[in-house]
Design a protein around this ligand. Structure first.
Ligand code: E4P
Length: 217
């Protein structure tokens, strides 16, 4: 399973990139607004930090303007992935960009039928939003399960990029179901390594090691 970090905070991205566990980055207009920075400048900086795929979202909703924006964003770096809304104009742009050899991420997916359309349009990634479905008492993980079955039934290459992840359990459940990628907020990504018994066990081992008076180096 690939791990993307879901943020436009370049300090967080640098820190996580240094672990060697990061496979890419996703951003969205809300995360760019939160960063308070220039969109194209921040995408360029992220693309210089990581060699992994970096999703940059178009702001237009009509096909012609989506294509113009996609070409501007795609020119920033060769690891930019164009993030497109799950609308007919977004899907039409997805097909066109795929034919041009550009990677795409179709976002705001809330149903299996939407994911089927994105795969037919040749999307590199489909982003089903788990947390936002859970927020309205729907079942976000069930959507991941349905998409996995459909993509496997037909051998679609589109990767399932589980998004709107809120908890470490979301990550684990997506891995069990077989999502290809999870895009995770920095705090949740860092929480994956934590276990109280690991901390307690390490503390005891270090205390006992100190008693031996030995040194490995
Ligand atoms: C995915 O690409 C989105 O940026 C993100 O996962 C949305 O998460 P949220 O529902 O927590 O805003």
């Amino acid at each position: 399973m690939k791990f993307f970090v879901d943020t436009a905070d370049t300090a967080e991205i640098k820190e996580l990139e240094a672990t060697g566990l990061l496979d890419g980055v996703t951003t969205n207009p809300s995360l760019i607004a939160k960063s308070g920075r220039d969109f194209k400048e921040v995408i360029a900086e992220i693309c210089a930090i990581t060699e992994g795929d970096v999703s940059a979202e178009v702001a237009a909703t009509d096909f012609d303007t989506i294509m113009k924006e996609a070409h501007v964003l795609g020119a920033i770096a060769n690891n930019v992935v164009i993030k497109l809304p799950l609308t007919f104009d977004g899907l039409k742009a997805c097909k066109q960009l795929t034919e041009e050899g550009t990677k795409t991420n179709v976002t705001l997916c809330f149903s299996a039928n939407q994911a089927l359309l994105a795969a037919k349009a040749g999307a590199t990634y489909i982003s089903p939003f788990i947390g936002r479905l859970d927020d309205i008492h729907a079942d976000g993980l069930e959507l991941i399960r349905e998409i996995r079955v459909i993509y496997d039934n037909y051998g679609f290459d589109t990767e399932i990029l589980a998004a709107s992840i809120r908890t470490p359990n979301h990550v684990k459940d997506c891995a069990i179901i077989g999502a290809d990628v999870a895009t995770v907020p920095p705090a949740t990504l860092k929480a994956l390594v934590k276990h109280p018994l690991t901390d307690k066990g390490l503390e005891a081992f270090l205390a006992d090691w100190a008693k031996t008076g030995q040194s490995i180096l």
